[in-house]
Design a protein around this ligand. Structure first.
Ligand code: ATP
Ligand code: MG
Length: 334
C-alpha cells in the first residue's frame, strides 16, 4: 500500500483515546476497510520523520495475535497510522455492552495476549507497554488481537505526558520509576483479565455491594473527552449522592476524590503500590487455575512475576488452548 490521506474515505468514528482518535475508513483505490488512528504530535519535523521510520517496523509484525499494519503517514500536525479494522471493537466496549465476560472466553483472551506479547518480544524485542481492554480487539471471526504497542520510542516520548490517565493498568514497579520490562505487561494483563471477568475495573472495594460498584464503574467509563479524561472522570464529583459514595470509598482506603485531580490519581497509584494486588473474587466463583494465573500476573515483585513466554505453559493457559469454546459464536452475540 502506498497510503495517501486523499485516498481514505471516512466511514465512522470508532473512538477517542488519550493519544488521539480512531476512524473506520475505506482505502478507495483498493476498497480496503481500515482503522485510521490519528495522533496529534507536538514535535519537530525531524522527530516526526523519525517516528514514521520507527513505525515501519510494524510492517514486519506478522502474527495472528497482532493487528496488521497497512502503513503510516504524516498529515500535519498529525501522524496517521492505518491498521486492520476489527469489526467487534475493543474488549472494554464489549464488556460494557454485554456485561462480565465468561471465564472460558477470558482464558482465550489471556492466551491470545500472551501469544502476542511473546511474539513481539521474542521476534522484535518489543515490549507492549499499554496492555488494557481497549487495546485488545475482536472481530466477527472470533479473532483476538492486540494493538497500540510501543514500537516507536520517539512516539512514546512525544505523547508520554498525556499518558497519566491510563496509568491505572501500570505495575507497581513502573509507578515507582523502574525500567519497563515484559513483566510490566504481565501485570497489566492481570488487571485487564479481572476487569473482563468481573465486568468492572478492579480497583474498587467490596464485591458484595453491586450497585455501588456499578456506580463506581459509571464514574470511570465516560472517560474519553480529552487528554486528561480518565483522571477527570475518576475525580470529578457528579452529584451529592456520588459524593457520599465516594466518601464511603475513601473510608475503605481507595480515594477517588482527593483535593484535586493530581491528588486523586496519586492516591490511586499509591494504592497500587502499597495495597495487596486485586484478585479474581469472590473466591470459588472462578476455576482455581484462573485464580492462580491472575495471582501470578499480579505478583507485586517483578522478580517473582513470570514472563509472557513462561506463562504460556501455565495450567490455565494450557486449558484455554485446548478449550473448544466457540469464539466466533460468542462474537455473533453482540
Ligand atoms: P488510550 O488512548 O488511553 O490508549 P484507547 O485505547 O481507548 O485509549 P485509542 O487507541 O485511540 O484509545 O482507540 C480508541 C477506540 O477505537 C478503542 O477503544 C477501540 O474501541 C477503537 N479501535 C482502535 N483501533 C481499532 C481497530 N483497529 N479496529 C476497530 N476499532 C478500533
Ligand atoms: Mg488504544
Amino acid at each position: 500500500f502506498d497510503l495517501r490521506n486523499e485516498d481514505l474515505k471516512d466511514l465512522q468514528e470508532l473512538g477517542q483515546g488519550n493519544g488521539g482518535s480512531v476512524k473506520k475508513v475505506e482505502h478507495v483505490p483498493t476498497s480496503t476497510i481500515m482503522a485510521k488512528k490519528i495522533v496529534l504530535i507536538d514535535a519537530k519535523p525531524s522527530v516526526r520523520k523519525q517516528i514514521l521510520r520507527e513505525l515501519q517496523i510494524m510492517h514486519n509484525c506478522n502474527s495472528k495475535f497482532i493487528i496488521s499494519f497497512y502503513g503510516a503517514f504524516l498529515a500535519d500536525p498529525n501522524i496517521c497510522i492505518c491498521m486492520e479494522f476489527m469489526d467487534k471493537g475493543s474488549l472494554d466496549g464489549i464488556y460494557k455492552k454485554i456485561g462480565a465476560i465468561d471465564i472460558d472466553i477470558v482464558g482465550k483472551v489471556a492466551l491470545a495476549v500472551l501469544e502476542g506479547l511473546t511474539y513481539l518480544y521474542d521476534v522484535h524485542r518489543i515490549i507492549h507497554r499499554d496492555i488494557k481492554p481497549s487495546n485488545i480487539l475482536c472481530n466477527s471471526r472470533g479473532d483476538i488481537k492486540i494493538c497500540d504497542f510501543g514500537v516507536s520510542g520517539e512516539l512514546i516520548n512525544s505523547i508520554a505526558d498525556t499518558f497519566v490517565g491510563t496509568s491505572t493498568y501500570m505495575s507497581p514497579e513502573r509507578i515507582q520509576g523502574a525500567q519497563y520490562t515484559v513483566k510490566s505487561d504481565v501485570w497489566s494483563l492481570g488487571i485487564s483479565l479481572i476487569e473482563l471477568a468481573l465486568g468492572r475495573f478492579p480497583f474498587s472495594e467490596s464485591e458484595s455491594d453491586d450497585s455501588d460498584l456499578s456506580d463506581f464503574e459509571s464514574t470511570l467509563s465516560p472517560a474519553r473527552p480529552g487528554s486528561m479524561g480518565s483522571i477527570a472522570a475518576l475525580s470529578l464529583p457528579k452529584s451529592r449522592k456520588d459524593k457520599a459514595k465516594k466518601d464511603k470509598r475513601k473510608s475503605k482506603g481507595v480515594s477517588l476524590q482527593g483535593g484535586g485531580m493530581t491528588m486523586s490519581i496519586l492516591e490511586l497509584l499509591q494504592h497500587i503500590v502499597n495495597e495487596p494486588a486485586p484478585r479474581l473474587t469472590p473466591e470459588g466463583r472462578y476455576p482455581p487455575e484462573a485464580e492462580r494465573f491472575v495471582d501470578n500476573c499480579l505478583l507485586k515483585d517483578p522478580d517473582m512475576r513470570k514472563t509472557p513466554k513462561d506463562l504460556l505453559t501455565h495450567e490455565w493457559i494450557k486449558q484455554a488452548r485446548a478449550s473448544k469454546v466457540d469464539l466466533e459464536g460468542w462474537a455473533s452475540t453482540f
